[in-house]
Design a protein around this ligand. Sequence first.
Ligand code: G1P
Length: 302
Amino acid sequence: MMKLRTVVIPVAGLGTRFLPATKTMPKEMLPVVDKPLIQYAVEEAWAAGMERIVFITGRGKKILEDHFDHSPELEETLTARGKLDLLAEAKSTIPAAAGNLLFTRQNRPLGLGHAVWCGRNVVGDEPFAVILPDDLIDVADGEPVLRQMARQFEQRQSSIVAVMPVDSDQTNKYGIVAPLDKELDTRSEANRCFQVTGLVEKPLAAAAPSNLAVIGRYILTPEIFNYLERRHQGVGGEIQLTDAIAGLLEQQSVFAFRFRGIRYDCGDKVGFQMANTALSLQCPQLRERLLPFLRDLVASQG
Ligand code: G1P
């Protein structure tokens, strides 16, 4: 039985789509309501019982490390002012056990597959998860997506990618999976987790094997590193994680898991605003003032 305890979170990207906001600030620090994107990813990892979090970082990402550490000055001030609720918020980012956050650098932007490969020495010879923090998945009061997947992994002991259906004109933005059983009703509750025979990175609609897109949650066995090691250049000249997972099919079953939750693409300005709006409306204090404002705004747009 392979135990899952490590998550790799790639955070080396430049975030050019959010310039100038991301000129000096990592895009992973952009807040959705009151938490930076990276915190959603880390909390999801903790909720899935992960012990070790491996950040694949790059230049200019140092404040991510500080975000998950004590801030003595802030904590002293909040304590002195008796602001205990805010003090708890400030401390909520600190891992329960010191030494469980690990940082390694990617050095060069050679693709997602390369970023994950950069974690090989820290991960070692055991299965691990990957979370892409741009993909924020809201489960409301439900089970966080990585935990949903970890339960599947316990049973299947094989690599699993998260998927969701997309419109056919969107397949060229994602990795797309080919289900083993082409007739399978993947919308049915009984078929949430199914075997795949192939994965293709960013195919045009005509070449897409389905409309099921890979979303940024993966559970991978360590054999993936052998395929990433080959440094095969895929779409865009980048080393693609999708291609390495397709390679893994030579030696193991790979599953797709249609998760429960609503995914927001926070690497995109519109998706980011949608996440902020939807999650703000879930906070009763914000909802009270925001909802009438949004109604008036929409009405005034005609
Ligand atoms: C990456 C992966 C792609 C996946 C997507 C999910 O693409 O390469 O297979 O579908 O994340 O968000 P990117 O968004 O980095 O272009």
